[in-house]
Design a protein around this ligand. Structure first.
Ligand SMILES: NC(=O)c1ccc[n+]([C@@H]2O[C@H](COP(=O)([O-])OP(=O)(O)OC[C@H]3O[C@@H](n4cnc5c(N)ncnc54)[C@H](O)[C@@H]3O)[C@@H](O)[C@H]2O)c1
Length: 251
C-alpha cells in the first residue's frame, strides 16, 4: 500500500525505534509519538524523509489526537504500534512503608491507559478509511512476559501489562466488524536503553536464564515480528510471547 502510514508510540528509542525503522524499510510512512523532542529529532534524522515526530504523552487525549491527525494527513493510517511504556520496581511493603499509590497509578496511566487511549483514537480514525484486501488496519500493543509471571517488586508493572494482554481479545472483538485487527506482543528480555539501568553483571545473569537463544533479544527481532503481524491477516486477538522460552523466576 503506497500511502500506508504507521503510528509508532515510544518510537524514539528501543523497540519502538527499531519498529519505526523496520516499517520505513518496508515503505510505510511513519509518525512517531514520543516525549523527548531531542530524541524525536534524532529519530527523524536517522529514519529520513517520510518520518514525522509528534511530541506528546500517550495518556493525554489531545497529544494522541494530534499524532493520529498527523498520520492521517500523511497518507492512510493502516498500522499502530504501541511501544511507549515505562518500567517500575517497588515492593508492596518495604522499609519506607507501603507502595506509593501515586506511583502505582502513574505506571497504570502510562502503560495501560496510554495504550488504550491510542487504540481508541487510532481505531476511530482507521474506521473512516477505505478497506484494502478486506482490512482497514492493524493495532499492535506491547505487554511483557511480566503480565504472566511478574517478579518481586513488579506489582504495578505486571498489573499494567496484564491489562494490555487482557484487553487484547475484547478489543479485537470490538474492532473486528470494522476490519481492524488487534494483537499484543509480550517481550521477554530485550536489550534496549530501558535495560541499561541494570548493572552489567545482573544483565548478563538475566541473559543466561533464557533457554535458547541464551541472550537478550535484539530490538530488530521484535520489529520483525511486528512486521509479520501486520502482514498476516490470521493473527488477531492474541498475545504472542517473544521470549526465547524464558519464564521469569520470582526475583
Ligand atoms: N526491553 C525489554 O526487555 C522489554 C520487555 C518487556 C516489555 N517491554 C516493553 O516494551 C516497550 C518498549 O520498551 P523499550 O525497552 O523499548 O524501552 P525504552 O525506554 O527504550 O522505550 C520506551 C519509550 O516509551 C516512551 N514513553 C514512556 N512513557 C511514555 C508516555 N507516557 N508517552 C509517550 N511516550 C512514552 C519513552 O520515552 C521511551 O522512548 C515498553 O512498553 C516496555 O514496557 C520491554
Amino acid at each position: 500500500m503506497s500511502d500506508a502510514t504507521a503510528l509508532v508510540t515510544g518510537g524514539t528509542s528501543g523497540l519502538g525505534l527499531a519498529t519505526a525503522e523496520r516499517l520505513r524499510a518496508a515503505g510505510m510512512r511513519v509518525v512517531i509519538l514520543g516525549r523527548s523532542r531531542e530524541r524525536g529529532e534524532e529519530a527523524v534524522a536517522r529514519l529520513g524523509a517520510e518520518t514525522v515526530f509528534v511530541p506528546g504523552d500517550v495518556a493525554v487525549e489531545k497529544d494522541v489526537e494530534r499524532a493520529v491527525r498527523e498520520a492521517a494527513l500523511r497518507g492512510t493510517l493502516r498500522a499502530v504500534v504501541n511501544c511507549a511504556g515505562r518500567a517500575h520496581a517497588a515492593r508492596v511493603v518495604s522499609r519506607s512503608g507501603p507502595h506509593s499509590l501515586k506511583e502505582f497509578a502513574e505506571v497504570i496511566e502510562a502503560n495501560l491507559l496510554g495504550t488504550f487511549n491510542v487504540v481508541r483514537l487510532a481505531a476511530d480514525a482507521m474506521a473512516a478509511t477505505e478497506p484494502v484486501a478486506g482490512e482497514r488496519g492493524v493495532i499492535v500493543n506491547t505487554a511483557s512476559i511480566a503480565a504472566f509471571e511478574g517478579q518481586t517488586g513488579q506489582a504495578a508493572y505486571a498489573a499494567s501489562k496484564a491489562g494490555v494482554a487482557g484487553m487484547t481479545l475484547p478489543l479485537a472483538r470490538d474492532l473486528g466488524p470494522l476490519l481492524i485487527r488487534v494483537v499484543t506482543v509480550a517481550p521477554g528480555l530485550f536489550d534496549t536503553p530501558a535495560a541499561d539501568v541494570l548493572p552489567a553483571a545482573r544483565k548478563a545473569a538475566l541473559g543466561e536464564l533464557v533457554p535458547q537463544p541464551r541472550r537478550w533479544g535484539r530490538a530488530e527481532e521484535f520489529a520483525e515480528l511486528v512486521h509479520h503481524i501486520l502482514r498476516n491477516p490470521m493473527i488477531n486477538g492474541e498475545t504472542i510471547r517473544l521470549d526465547g522460552g524464558l519464564r521469569l523466576p520470582s526475583r
